[in-house]
Design a protein around this ligand. Sequence first.
Ligand SMILES: [Zn+2]
Length: 414
Amino acid sequence: MDHDVLMPPEDNGASGSVGPGSQSALRRDNVRRVVTALSAQGPSTQAQITRTTGLSAGTVASIVRDLEAAGRVRLTPTTSSGRRALDIHLVDTGRVAVGLDIGRRHVRCVVATPGHEVVAEELRALPLGHDAVTGIAAAQEAMHAALASAGRELGQVLGAGVGIPGPFDPNTGRIGSGAILPEWVGLDITPRMQAALQVPVIVQNDANLGALAHQAWGRTSLGDDFVFVKIGTGIGTGLVIDGRLHAGHTGLAGEIGHTIVVEQGLVCRCGNRGCLETVASTSSMLRALAATPHPPQNTDELVTAALDGDAVTRRVVEDAGLSVGKVLGQLASIINPETILLGGPLSDLGDLLLEPVVRGLHRHTVPDIARSTTVQVSLLRDRAEALGAAVSVLTSADPSEVYGPMTGALETTV
Ligand SMILES: [Zn+2]
């Protein structure tokens, strides 16, 4: 194969370097880019890889041929824009990524292969108001149970992604104030998690991870600009702008839960008044329903009551949805997303949640943006955060750790 002619100048990140050595290094670098793209976005067509890596179609085609010959990928038929195409999957080499989602009352663990196959999943209940020691121990236990059920050893784990419900500043490594886990605020969580899990750990805000999961598992129709909204005890968003997660200067971008929607409203846990969370979080909905004759005791009961047609519960959900829609309308006016996905524990409400959110959005943004923004309930439901945590590991993994050194045919057929 004449790979030497498949290195167009626009692919050359090391412009100015010449000679066979630099060509070989360039080839290796391009192979890494293709494998990293597949790790991050899951099974993809050649056209999709070309778009995300910026490599030429010819270079991608030749690398995919070599990866297939070396047994690192397999191809399956699919359709793309109505045309026949091939999906490229990374094969299972035994290495896996762990995704952990720690909530106020639960920890969820998923184990995923680089080909984005979820091979095990565990859910553990946590006591309300649990401290970090309890939460970390539950995460450790869930991870070991999930690995055992997947038949994988700790040594096969590339790393663990950990989603936290609240602001996490990657610059300081600490959980910020206003987090849903007040007992965890100020904690330097990464080294503690790493010590307990005995694998490399990446911590992220959970809504950001929800957005990453949708990029990987729901990529077909979301577009390059979309918003993942998590409505739970807290309300946050993960913003994907131009195909990339936008975390912001200190990791706080998209904290819409603390947008003020009621002047002189209730005091919020962040210290302000009238934040969106004081009127539209699951806790505020439960608080509003506390005065009714048979108040729901938790979010599951609230969802059941609304689905069963309880008029008061539906009214409270509608009011909350309108407020969320109002803030999303303002956000849409600023970033003009193609899609807004509603996730979190209220996803099972379906249209009961979607309809008022859409109404609120239409009322608070310009008609052109309202018409062009698709609002959907997330199909990943409350698993999105844990799946995104696994993706964060796969995205940052060194391809040679997943597949061994990029040598042999992959290195020499330059
Ligand atoms: Zn607030």
